[in-house]
Design a protein around this ligand. Structure first.
Ligand SMILES: C[S@@+](CC[C@H](N)C(=O)[O-])C[C@H]1O[C@@H](n2cnc3c(N)ncnc32)[C@H](O)[C@@H]1O
Length: 427
């Protein structure tokens, strides 16, 4: 649009927030997206991108400030982009997340949100230091995060949302390690077990004295790996760490998925547990990871099969089954899109399918097969409302969407996790 020139400043009023938490200003009907701003604010904006249908900008000066703006406790906020709604009052951010969820369900799923129960977002008790996993990148003597959608590495000395033990270790690494060939550092932590794992990705070996000092000063470190040529080599301590969830114990391998916010995950899985009743005997737990949901809902009267594509996750799941005395639960390493046709051919009786796919959601063919298998209940856990809405659009041909509960799994970011209960339509 001719009115908005890249590099020039404009005074704009923010009227709404988009699904990424960015402020939206409108000129006639032309939208301008400005991160780190809030509805009700008048902002001096520098335009960074001007296209035919939209523009983007960055705030240069706050002229009128929203009552929902809070002091930002992080010096990297404007450059890192990770915690994209840290400037917003927590409760107001939760309301925004629910509003966005409703909009997305309608826009991408044609779901009549007035006709189903959508709960308020379940808040997180700790909005800082909640992440039990972090990935730092290393380049040109900097250790930190890549600026959103760029190759620009931002140097980070402290991150507000990761477990504080990671920050201490980061400080130590920065002080004592140089020329190591490291390109990535991953840290994982068991919130209830105080077991910490570090994975250094490097084409060189790591100095042994450095490792000895690191574990001496950081007592929680139980396991250190070197990831070299895509192979994990244990260079200190135990092969695995553990975490507890709802009184069950789980073994975690370096590359297995585990929910990043342990305490919030407990709230979410309690909901899943509530949806399973004594009539539900035959249960399929698709995208099961290391078997967390299967083992939480397990009891001796149930037949549960968990499926995941990652070999190490299924190996962990089989160990977790022993750790939690769940000998009847079965775990299968397979692609969901391959196992569903097998289940369909076998005409297996199913009461419930639990689905917890990655952000991409469930592939189209698998959704169609679920629509043919017709278990009486589906429980769909999702970290991406857009793919959730897309999949619900097909599933609602045969299912009623009964209840959706959003969980604030990733506080002070725009992300949202949901648990959806679907029950079969009666003809
Ligand atoms: C969001 S995680 C859920 C894990 C588990 N339910 C939990 O809460 O710990 C998604 C899981 O799906 C698995 N996955 C991704 N694509 C898959 C596929 N096509 N078939 C089977 N599993 C898949 C990943 O390995 C990962 O463990």
């Amino acid at each position: 649009m001719d009115e908005f020139v890249e590099g020039k400043n404009y005074k704009l009023s923010i009227i709404h927030q988009d699904h990424y938490g960015r402020g939206i200003a409108k000129f006639n009907r032309y939208p301008i997206f400005i991160p780190y701003t809030l509805p009700g604010e008048l902002i001096e904006v520098k335009i960074t991108k001007s296209k035919k249908n939209f523009a983007e900008g960055l705030p240069e000066k706050l002229i009128t400030v929203s009552n929902n703006r809070v002091k930002i406790p992080c010096e990297n906020f404007y450059v890192c982009g990770g915690c994209d709604i840290m400037h917003q009052k927590y409760e107001d951010g939760l309301k925004m997340k629910k509003r966005n969820l409703l909009e997305i369900l309608y826009k991408f799923g044609k779901i009549d949100v007035t006709k189903l129960k959508i709960n308020n977002v379940v808040k997180c008790d700790d909005i800082f230091n909640y992440r039990n996993k972090v990935t730092f990148h290393v380049k040109d003597n900097k250790i930190g995060f890549y600026k959103n959608e760029t190759n620009e590495l931002i140097n980070i000395d402290e991150c507000k949302i990761i477990n504080d033990k990671f920050n201490k270790i980061l400080k130590y690494i920065k002080k004592h390690l140089s020329d190591s060939g490291i390109t990535e550092i991953v840290m994982r932590y068991g919130t209830y077990t105080d077991e910490l794992m570090i994975i250094f990705k490097s084409n060189k070996n790591i100095d042994e004295q450095f490792i000895r000092n690191l574990v001496k000063l950081n007592k929680s470190v139980k396991s250190i790996y070197l990831l070299k040529n895509s192979k994990y080599k244990l260079i200190y301590g135990e092969k695995y760490i553990h975490e507890n969830l709802l009184d069950k114990t789980f073994r975690i391998s370096p590359d297995s998925f585990f929910q990043v916010n342990t305490k919030q995950a407990e709230k979410m899985f309690s909901k899943v547990l509530k949806y399973i009743n004594s009539d539900d005997k035959n249960i399929l737990d698709l995208y099961c990871g290391i078997g967390v949901i299967s083992l939480i809902i397990n009891n001796s009267r149930k037949n549960i099969i968990g499926v995941d594509i990652v070999k190490n996750a299924i190996e962990d799941a089989n160990v977790n089954k022993v750790l939690n005395n769940a000998s009847k639960v079965e775990f299968v390493c397979e692609n969901v899109s391959n196992i569903l046709p097998v289940i369909k051919r076998a005409k297996k009786d199913l009461d419930v399918i639990i689905l917890d796919p990655p952000r991409t959601g469930i592939d189209k063919n698998s959704v169609n097969i679920i629509n043919e298998l017709l278990p009486k209940k589906l429980i769909y856990i999702s970290c991406n409302p857009v793919t959730l809405a897309r999949d619900l659009k097909t599933l609602k041909e045969n299912y009623n969407v009964e209840e959706i509960t959003p969980y604030d799994m990733f506080p002070i970011t725009h992300h949202i996790e949901t648990v959806t209960l679907l029950t079969i339509k009666e003809n």
